[in-house]
Design a protein around this ligand. Structure first.
Ligand code: MN
Length: 264
């Protein structure tokens, strides 16, 4: 009898192990020179956090996106080019606007809206954070140097390598970001000339640079006017994946949080 009981326990244990699926984290790609590409820093950061990275090719096809959304447990939206201001928030392009890639704009917006609608947690990095504003009714500074006179911090640290943090941010106490990092101040890297201007309803600012430029966003409630499954929405303007990939664990909790939420 005792032996049967032990065997039953072992079978139950094995079944539970098989059931505990490792979360699959979709990573948005960019397409350039006829290639579908993602920096390995994103892929490696997801791996280091315990997730399975799955690169999602650029597509505007709704059926493809719907099928991909069925496959993933979490979504990481990556950095890249500028958003088309006229199309997404009704502003004429200013002279400082950089390259716009309409196919990627459409893909990013469709993908993140589909994920949020289905209750899949989202982490947006750099352009991915700006996407959270663009896709859900907010807007961007198209070009910080020409549009925000009060901004004095160097937000484009290049040529300084991204493994080095260059400017500080203040993180809101009680936010997801402050909780997972365990602090309300950090030094981050910075490779952007755009930033979030108007924050959508249902989201709040959780980190700012010394000049007030938004460096972190997250969900504060229900999104207004968009299908919303209620899962985590987290965005950062800096590049935690470059620092994580370099072996510095300071920002690894950001990726761990995404994988943890994706496992729920
Ligand atoms: Mn910055």
């Amino acid at each position: 009898m005792k032996r049967v009981f032990t065997l039953a326990l072992m079978l139950l244990g094995a079944a539970l192990c098989l059931n505990a699926k490792t979360p699959v984290i979709g990573i948005s790609a960019y397409s350039e020179d006829g290639r579908c590409q993602v920096n390995m820093t994103y892929v490696n950061s997801v791996r280091m956090a315990g997730g399975v990275p799955l690169v999602i090719p650029v597509t505007g096809d709704d059926n493809q996106i719907a099928a991909i959304i069925e496959t993933i447990d979490g979504l990481l939206m990556t950095g890249g080019e500028d958003f088309d201001p006229l199309k997404w928030f009704g502003e004429e392009p200013v002279r400082g606007l950089g390259e716009v890639v309409p196919t990627r704009d459409e893909y990013d917006v469709k993908l993140v809206r589909a994920a949020v609608a289905k209750g899949i947690p989202v982490l947006g990095i750099c352009r991915g954070e700006q996407l959270l504003a663009v896709a859900f009714g907010g807007s961007l500074w198209q070009d910080i140097p020409s549009q925000v006179p009060s901004s004095y911090v160097k937000h484009r640290q290049s040529p300084t390598t991204g493994t080095v943090g260059t400017h500080s941010i203040d993180i809101t106490k009680g936010s997801i970001l402050a909780t997972i990092l365990g602090k309300e101040k950090a030094v981050v890297n910075s490779f952007h000339h755009q930033a979030v201007k108007d924050v959508p309803a249902g989201m709040k600012v959780t980190a700012v640079a010394a000049d007030g430029i938004i460096e972190g966003l997250e969900r504060s409630g229900k999104l207004n006017g968009f299908a919303d499954g209620g899962a985590m929405i987290l965005g950062v303007q800096f590049h935690p994946e470059i620092i994580t990939n370099s072996g510095n664990p300071e920002f690894l909790p950001i990726f761990r949080k995404l994988v943890e939420e994706a496992g729920k």
